[in-house]
Design a binder for this molecule. Sequence first.
Ligand SMILES: [Zn+2]
Length: 341
Amino acid sequence: MDGCAAALWATVGPLADGAARARAWLASRGLLDDTLRAWKIGYNPRESWAGRTAWGLPEELNDKGQPKKAFKIPRGVVIPCDISGRLWYVKVRRVPGEPFTCGNWPGNCQHILTEPGVCSACGFDNAKYLQIKGGRPAMFLADTFKGQRAAVLTEGEFDALLLWQAAGDLAGVATLGSASKDLDLRAWAGYLLPISPLILAYDDDTAGSEGAAKLAGLTARAKSASVPALRPGDKDLTDFHMAGGDLRAWLLAELKRHSPLPSEPIVSEPGKSQQRVTVRWPADSQVGVVGDEWRRLPDGRLEASYTPDQLALVLVIAGYDVTAADVQATVAGLIEESQVI
Ligand SMILES: [Zn+2]
């Protein structure tokens, strides 16, 4: 992986031409060198075979207890999904104009293509993105949620990187990697718990709308956003940016449209055994209350008081996989930062 990160920056030697082509293509999507370096975007200069561990992925054993054989790594831009120092998946994006052998290996097609798509020799559809075996679904750039109240989910990795580059100080930015991927609320509860709203900036097409609708059904915190098409056929954040759109201005407008009412600090009442916390939930919150420890505020929000144990319980009932200890830690962090969940 580190070799691939270095290969993207080669300027002399046998890798220089391919690396320059990969960098030019990334630049044509608006991505700056600092962004690529920050997230360790790399380049695999030639189609190669490698074992999982060589790519930082956990070893997998076959039925006989032997390590599984090496697998093919395509040539192209390498996207590692590293979250808090742990590698979840690796994807390769073929670079337009860069020749590669048709991926129809079972059919033994040796045709050379220069663009992803349908092979003219065998009809096999060569995808733009290829996921390296051994990876697990994850929320790419999830670390950017830390310390944020709002976040954006984009449809793909390059849109997420571009939005982070333009406006990563305003909100967390992440992606599940495609429109059809499911969001595992329980697995990512630690990242999602403080986030409201979760703005869905999916592509303006059928797959994008369907993906966003599915996520919006999971949690009331998810809010669909529209990405303006400045040119005919534009459908994503990268198109918007390349057509001269201002991503910061777009995000500020979406945040204004979807943010909960102005926040006030949590009201804490230190108790003898457990510190009680008062939380003001958005009006459409799905999280429950305990006994008569709640009231409806004039603006529609729900103000409720909990011990950390009770808060953990109502969050678990609402679908979050949390423990009282998680909640205690989160509550302590929120009080320190004077934030409302
Ligand atoms: Zn073919």
